[in-house]
Design a protein around this ligand. Structure first.
Ligand code: HSE
Length: 293
């Protein structure tokens, strides 16, 4: 029996909410999984990552499938996996979380659905190392997550009103690992306080639809200042989006995509962001996304 799942790409952090806040976006990866009793692993990759993503035992979808099989006491060494990817790879839109979650959800369905969403979320968090991309990939909407006593917790909500996300996608990859390596070991007390106030305002603004607060609420001192050097033109792209009327902008996940939040003018905002990247000698495209529910 073939199981088909569709998993959204995600934008994590949303400015100050480092490793905690995430949003599921209307861009999707599809996965078809057929487990079989052979010992042949056949992995087909279409779209984003074709020719780059490993198609052997190293494949992260297959590793996620194996984690579910191990947890549920099943054993299959053969499978046909077909990935049809729309989420760009290593750009800050949660491609690895989408792959992990797709593998976990599909394998769970293939063996009769013994694991709950919460259990899949905990497994996915172990895989990814932080919960902020896997949470929205599993639960949809806007998610707030934390790891407490080695267990991942998540709260999900949807904002009142339609929020559009304009994502400028520069033509270069940035691995999460590289983008985490530039972060400091410790931060100043006042920077931590700065981020707590912004994150609190961010969650209030999103949950109440008080989007006018986003300009302030998207400010960050924990990761963006350090990652700026890895994303040429970052400040110019933010300014360009704001000039076209965006509520505010942030790095999407670990970057290099930059995301602006708005309720109007999405296409001009996207064009201005791309032009600002180009003025910094970086080719880019943009997409307009909504919150996946
Ligand atoms: N919170 C993570 C980071 C998201 O910013 O490093 C990227 O996977």
């Amino acid at each position: 029996k073939t199981v088909k799942v569709c998993v959204p790409g995600t934008t994590a952090n949303c400015g100050p909410g480092f490793d905690a806040v995430g949003i599921a976006c209307t861009i999707y990866n599809e996965l078809e999984l057929t487990l079989n009793r052979s010992d042949k692993l056949n992995i087909e990759i279409l779209g984003e990552g074709r020719g780059i993503i490993p198609s052997d035992e190293q494949n992260i979808v297959w590793q996620a499938v194996q984690a579910v099989l191990a947890r549920t006491g099943k054993s299959y060494r053969g499978a046909h996996i077909k990935m049809t990817n729309n989420v760009p790879l290593a750009r800050g839109l949660g491609s690895s979380a989408a792959a992990i979650v797709a593998g976990l959800v599909a394998a769970n369905a293939a063996v009769g659905g013994p694991l709950s969403k919460q259990q899949l979320f905990e497994l996915a968090t172990e895989f990814e190392g932080h919960p902020d991309n896997v949470a929205p990939a599993i639960f949809g909407g806007i998610t707030l997550s934390a790891v407490y006593q080695e267990k991942a917790h998540c709260l999900r909500f949807l904002p009142p009103g339609v929020l559009e996300m304009v994502v400028a996608i520069p033509a270069f990859n940035l691995s999460t690992k590289a983008a985490r390596q530039v972060l400091p070991e410790t931060v100043a007390y006042q920077d931590a306080v700065f981020n707590i106030s912004r994150t609190a305002l961010l969650i209030g603004a999103l949950s109440q639809g008080a989007f006018g607060h986003l300009q302030c609420a998207l400010e960050d001192r924990l990761h963006q200042p350090y990652r700026e050097a890895l994303i040429p033109g970052m400040r110019d792209v933010f300014q360009a989006a704001n000039k076209q009327g965006a509520y505010g902008s942030a790095i999407s996940g670990a970057g290099p995509c930059l995301i602006a939040f708005t309720q109007q003018n999405a296409a001009p905002i996207g064009e201005a962001m791309v032009a600002a990247f180009k003025a910094n000698n970086i080719d880019a495209t943009y997409v307009i996304l909504h919150i996946d529910q």
